[in-house]
Design a protein around this ligand. Structure first.
Ligand code: F6R
Length: 611
């Protein structure tokens, strides 16, 4: 959740640390801090608030040195204030930590009884205090670190600098990611590959149980017991991904507009052109682990990725005839359900590091399931631990609210759906070619929908005047209503809930009055007439309806609605990709109109690496 950055270099590192934290600030942004060897001792600067606040502190009270650690925090234990900000330190050691130390209360009591004094309310501070406890008893830095690690329960990535070894960084990983980059001038360590500096020539992901000792010239990795571990530094490819806003005011805005291109790129990855009797046809590339008869599929994810999974449930059951169990990762990982050894489980995650989804994958793997993951970050822990990795190739997503990753997940899930349909004999070659050809040209339809931005911006004003909103949809539109409500609440802070359209009258309709906006997601499919009846039920109670449908659908409801967003007619495979776009724009403009921080909404972090 939090972001760690550290560097050991032959030149001063504070600028690099701040740049690294800037790239990591999507992981948490309630406080930040750095500690460096300045002269012959460790100096620390910390600040509550965003990175600018730390930059101001450093401007007024500069420090610098060639070895340093840094951290951007997302509070789990203790308020987001300066005292709780990392690095945590004593006169002997400074530490940055990502993860949760589950037994911190017992360790805190133990250290307090031994006369060690805590400054913060965090779980993380037990780490430097335990290290100091062992250093005070004559252990070396490395011995103290091993002894400390053996006492920690929970997940962590940590980096430490020791007063007694001013030219070294120590890093350890158990459950939270850390990557080490090497350049001509030294080494950098980060929670995220993308935050490593441009001059990085090679990098290496630490694995759980790795302890690294890093000097400006050398990287040594052992396990927590001191046995040598061989990990190769792999030469890096140039980062094709641009991390600038390219003229847009927000990353989210830019990422929404990238979606047509991203969708086409992802779909293309799963397709091939084949020659049949002299004619070129589109066909799915074989995905072997998927075509080994799957009689039941479990889909597991969190948040927006979970809603992509819900779309997949509707698709896979309809087109491939395979029953799908859908689960929220944090529930799945602890449920004691019987598992069928022949089943496969599909995990969806943009980051590939979400703690609950990763733990769910490990749980399924232990139970003998074939584990397939759909991820954006292909060198993530989930990708490393899966039997089959299906990349979504969305490029780096910086806006905390997921947009293009959802669309790219849908493209990969289309490939999964049609592959399963084909292997179950439910998709002829002609239909495969026709459907893929239609889907391959969906990018231009998406561009046309995004071009309605100004009308959607005007409609979002009617949401901003309310504290609450309801979303509803049936069938394939239900997950889109859920995703629309999530997007609205997370960036505009308007309380929004989504229901299956038929469910409102079982309770939530009591909330409806003249002040309630209701976004009705109603593609003009075989369920439209049913959704229209539900629309009338809320309209007759005064609800202010925003209808998202095609022109025929809107014509049938015109007497009841306040606003309409007109989309092209679409098949069930196309609907999620197209109908999600106006929902993103509604949320985006509601957030902009309210003057919120669109890319870094309060209380959230992009990568949720704690459970
Ligand atoms: C919402 C959002 C989150 C993520 C969720 C899972 O816009 O981005 O709900 O979808 O935290 O993250 P990943 O996909 O990285 O596992």
């Amino acid at each position: 959740m939090c972001g760690i950055y550290a560097a050991v270099n032959n030149t001063p590192v504070v600028n690099e640390l701040i740049k690294g934290l800037d790239s990591l600030s999507y992981r948490g942004y309630d406080s930040a801090g750095v500690a460096v060897f300045s002269g012959n001792h460790i100096e620390r600067r910390r600040a509550q608030g965003k990175l600018e606040c730390l930059a101001n502190v450093l401007y007024n009270s500069p420090i610098d040195g060639n070895v340093g650690i840094a951290h951007t925090r997302w509070a789990t234990h203790g308020l987001p204030n300066e005292l709780n900000a990392h690095p945590h330190m004593t006169s002997k050691v400074a530490v940055v930590h990502n993860g949760i130390i589950e037994n911190y209360k017992a360790l805190r009591d133990f250290l307090t009884d031994a006369d060690y004094h805590f400054e913060s309310e965090t779980d993380s501070e037990v780490i430097p205090l335990l290290l100091t406890y062992f250093l005070d008893r004559g252990l070396t830095a490395e011995q103290a670190l091993k002894s400390t690690i053996h006492k920690l329960d929970g997940s962590f990535a940590l980096v430490a600098i020791f007063q007694q070894s001013p030219y070294e960084l120590y890093a350890a990983r158990q459950g939270s990611p850390l990557v080490i980059g090497q350049s001509k001038t030294g080494f950098s360590i980060s929670s995220d590959d993308n935050a490593l500096p441009e001059n990085t020539e090679a990098s290496c992901h630490l694995q759980d149980g790795d302890l690294a000792r890093i000097t400006q010239q050398q990287l040594t990795i052992t396990n927590f017991y001191g046995d040598d571990i061989k990990r190769s530094l792999i030469a890096r490819q140039t980062q094709a991904d641009v991390t600038e806003k390219a003229g847009y005011e927000h990353f989210m805005h830019k990422e929404m507009h990238e979606q047509p291109k991203v969708f086409k790129r992802t779909l293309k990855h799963y397709l091939q052109a084949i020659e049949v009797q002299g004619e070129t046809h589109l066909s799915l590339k074989p995905l072997t682990k998927l075509t080994n008869k799957i009689s039941r599929l479990t889909v597991v994810a969190c948040g927006t990725s979970y809603y992509a999974g819900m779309v997949a449930k509707y698709w896979i059951e309809e087109f491939a005839g395979v029953p799908v169990d859908l689960d929220i990762a944090s529930e799945y990982r602890y449920r004691k359900m019987p598992m069928n050894m022949q089943s496969a489980a599909l995990f969806i995650s943009q980051s590939g590091e979400t703690a609950d989804t990763l733990a769910a994958l490990q749980h399924a793997k232990q139970a003998g399931q074939t584990c397939i993951s759909i991820v954006n970050v292909t060198n993530s822990t989930m990708a490393n631990e899966s039997d089959l990795v299906l990349p979504i190739l969305a490029g780096r997503e910086i806006g905390v609210a997921s947009t293009k990753a959802f669309t790219a997940q849908l493209a990969a899930l289309m490939a999964v759906t049609l592959t399963l349909a084909k292997s179950n004999g439910l998709l002829t070659h002609q239909d495969e070619d026709r459907m893929l050809t239609e889907l391959f040209s969906l990018d231009s339809v998406m561009t046309a929908v995004l071009a309605q931005e100004n009308e959607i911006k005007a409609i979002s004003k009617s949401l901003v005047s309310s504290d609450n909103a309801l979303f509803m949809g049936r069938g394939i539109a239900f997950p889109l209503a859920l995703e629309g409500a999530l997007k609205l609440k997370e960036i505009s802070y308007i309380h929004a809930e989504a229901y299956p359209a038929g469910e409102l009258k079982h309770g939530p309709i009591a909330l409806v009055d003249e002040s309630m906006p209701v976004v009705v997601v109603a593609p003009n499919n075989e369920l439209f007439a049913k959704t229209l009846s539900n629309l009338r039920e809320v309209a007759s109670r005064g609800a202010r309806i925003i209808l998202v449908s095609d022109s025929q659908g809107i014509a049938q409801a015109s007497d009841f609605i306040e606003h309409a967003i007109t989309l092209p007619k679409a098949t069930d495979l196309m609907v999620p990709v197209i109908y999600n776009l106006p929902m993103q724009l509604l949320a985006y403009y509601a957030s902009v109109l309210k003057g919120n921080d669109v890319d870094q909404p309060r209380n959230l972090a992009k990568s949720v690496t704690v459970e």
